[in-house]
Design a protein around this ligand. Structure first.
Ligand code: HEM
Ligand SMILES: *[C@@H]1O[C@H](CO)[C@@H](O)[C@H](O)[C@H]1NC(C)=O
Ligand SMILES: *[C@@H]1O[C@H](CO)[C@@H](O)[C@H](O)[C@H]1NC(C)=O
Ligand SMILES: *[C@@H]1O[C@H](CO)[C@@H](O)[C@H](O)[C@H]1NC(C)=O
Length: 329
């Protein structure tokens, strides 16, 4: 009897252990479930008004700022999750992400995030994370420029670390082909469908000559007249005019609509990576569907933004609520 009892009790132990493992796996898989739209409804009910009013005046001053803020959220979430790691300044003893190739000389809007943080700290000191401020500000930017609205899940906390190599390796370069774009998004748990929908963010904002030069001079999947127009503002020789800007959506770079996809359909994508989405490959039909239906694009963009916002957040007692978004406490 003793051996039988021992073995049945160890079977019970194994069973309990198995259940605990399953619970742990379930918790790990749904860490984003700890985010909720009402996270600050008691602790900081004014957060939404504070973010929106600072952002509205910033975008009124400079329309491009909405695009720049939306991009900050993307570049933050693709590197160790949506944890405001992108916002940390370099110091002699701390290496941040701002000097990474996709960011250096390119990401902008940090002063606006600082101004939002000050307004939010005034309303409720020490409560709202910089990571959540980025998530709300990205959504508000889209709305202010005419795009879709959605409820932003909140409860992220701020990192005490950053990853320069993560920024260099995870954020897709504009030279990427379709398969690389797809795999870099897959590495973040985002589907190819999400990738095509989220790329619609390029219906607003600007790019530098250095990022579209090769496409407008050397690629053949580009409308010839459009290529000539863009060449005229972007000298062929690298080093000259590298920072000259051109709109990602040639007609309406401050309006969030489906015009980006209409441009792709007539070979007027500015970046090599943009035109890859409509180039005879497997994503052509999705691009075409967004050309015909702005509401289909908006619905999928919202789905993609919510999924992107769910990338490995710090929650609970992990991380911290930074006092100043540029440095750890
Ligand atoms: C699919 C892969 C993507 C690639 C290869 C890519 C690449 C780029 C590049 C090269 C620029 C121009 C930067 C410069 O020249 O300074 C840019 C701008 C921008 N990107 Fe992306 N991007 C991608 C996806 C996204 C996503 C998912 C979002 C947001 C949801 C986004 C939002 C933006 C915005 C709004 C701008 C304009 C920023 C401004 O005017 O300040 N991009 N992107
Ligand atoms: C960042 O950009 C600045 C100005 O364009 C340049 O001088 C510097 O070398 C760049 N740094 C890195 C690490 O690429
Ligand atoms: C695409 O991915 C392959 C394999 O990882 C890599 O060798 C190549 O350099 C990448 N190309 C671009 C343009 O990113
Ligand atoms: C175009 O391609 C040629 C041949 O590969 C290369 O030498 C040149 O630098 C490229 N030009 C641009 C503007 O990318």
């Amino acid at each position: 009897m003793a051996p039988a009892a021992a073995s049945s009790s160890s079977a019970a132990t194994r069973r309990v252990g198995g259940i605990i493992l399953l619970l742990l796996a379930a918790l790990a898989g749904t860490s984003s479930a700890q985010l909720s739209t009402g996270f600050y409804s008691n602790s900081c009910p004014g957060v939404h008004d504070a973010v929106k009013s600072v952002l509205q005046s910033a975008i009124a001053r400079e329309q491009r700022m909405g695009a720049s803020i939306l991009r900050l959220f993307f570049h933050d979430c693709f590197v160790q999750g949506c944890d405001a790691s992108l916002l940390l300044d370099d110091t002699p003893s701390f290496q941040g992400e701002k000097m990474a190739t996709p960011n250096n000389g390119s990401v902008r809007g940090f002063e606006v995030i600082d101004a939002i943080k000050s307004a939010v700290e005034k309303a409720c000191p020490g409560v709202v994370s910089c990571a959540d401020i980025l998530a709300i500000a990205a959504r508000d930017s889209v709305v202010i420029l005419g795009g879709p609205n959605w409820d932003v899940k909140l409860g992220r906390r701020d990192s005490t670390t950053a990853s320069l190599t993560g920024a260099n390796n995870n954020i897709p370069p504009p030279t990427s082909g379709l398969s690389n774009l797809t795999s870099l998004f897959a590495a973040q748990g985002l589907s190819q469908k999400d990738m095509v929908a989220l790329s619609g963010a390029h219906t607003i904002g600007q790019a530098r000559c250095t990022n579209f030069r090769a496409h407008v001079y050397n690629d053949t999947d580009i409308d010839a007249a459009f290529a000539r127009t863009r060449q005229s503002g972007c000298p062929r020789t690298s080093g000259s005019g590298d920072n000259n800007l051109a709109p990602l959506d040639l007609q309406t770079p401050t309006v969030f609509e489906n015009n980006y996809y209409k441009n792709l359909a007539c070979k007027k994508g500015l970046l090599h990576s943009d035109q890859e989405l409509f180039n005879g490959g497997s994503t052509d039909s999705q691009v075409q569907s967004y050309v015909s239906s702005q509401s289909a694009f908006f619905a999928d963009f919202v789905t993609g933004m919510i999924k992107m916002g769910d990338i490995t957040p710090l929650t609970g007692s992990n991380g911290e609520i930074r006092k100043n978004c540029r440095r750890i406490n």
